[in-house]
Design a protein around this ligand. Sequence first.
Ligand code: NI
Length: 393
Amino acid sequence: MLSRIKDLATDLAPRLIEIRRHIHSHPELSGQEYQTAAYVAGVLSSFGFHVQELVGKTGVVAELRGEGTDERILAIRTDMDALPIQERTDLEFSSRHPGVMHACGHDVHTTVGLGTAMILAQLGVPLPGTTRFLFQPAEETAQGAHWMIRDGVMEGVSSILGVHVWPSVVGGSIGVRYGALTAAADDLEITIIGESGHGARPHEAIDAIWIASQVITSLQQAISRTQNPLRPVVLTIGQIQGGRAPNVIADQVRMLGTVRSLHPETSERLPEWIEQIVASVCQTYEARYTLNYRRGVPSVQNDFTLTQIVESAASEAWGSDRVRILLEPSLGAEDFSLYLGHAPGMMFRLGVAFEDQVNHPLHHPQFKVNEEAIITGVVTMAYAAYKYWQKKG
Ligand code: NI
């Protein structure tokens, strides 16, 4: 079956590259993927799929019905949105939409989703259960998975697979990580409320700027002394506002930040832990505070069995020297994790680096993809799905 999948992929390669370039040159921002969704739906329809549009606002769903008695549903999720970045590559198919760019490879993901659907539909052997293809909008704003789940795409799903391009792995290779792949990412907003006064008479005021600096310092020190160093926590205050004049003590400071962590138990406890520190500093200096901790997305935790399936599919397809076991997770965030609240899943990394040129990171205006990755991704995904269906549930 592997050679059949590889042959189908080779035949489809020119079409897949055309699809990827079309999507790349017509990027759309999160939640506005109308043209992309219509294009995806058109490609799926031309391959005989019955397509549901406007699922999760601008998402697309198609199913390949199983022909056996297996009641499991395998979902394959890809994302379709682009970023508010002005593309600065020299590609002939670079973005035609000013200020919008596929700088995170979601054009490649969508193409891998489409290619996998095409291959599984043409396999020539019936699959025992249903494969559901999810083309998700708005991953960059961490909204799309919520919208898709709200519209019921995870109903009946037993397992889910996903893919993300990775510029530190060379094109033609796959990166596989057991366990945590990405971090939980939450938003933090703290307001310190003191009392204004003359800059020369600090004892008559409550200096919100100085107390805010104590809060930041205490939080950073407490991370290093109270959090398990093998379970990383990153807290970044990225925005701070307060004060009106050089000689007036500020009565209010507002701080905005992001909090990243990898272990679910750590993530669980972070809001309370942060509040204790803020509260104790404020109490010491008689300030008041408000704290707003907003949960973002949880960490992606790859399921062990599904990771084994993907690793063995990739090793058989490409040889084990083209499968990199990733030893480190990323502290980036990925809303694929939200699906994992409904079914076990696995996201693999698709190498897109060039061996002979400078590789820019994701979200960079000169980010480029080694298109060899498209076939690697499609074959790996399709063969992993095939192997999944061969395994008894
Ligand atoms: Ni991305």
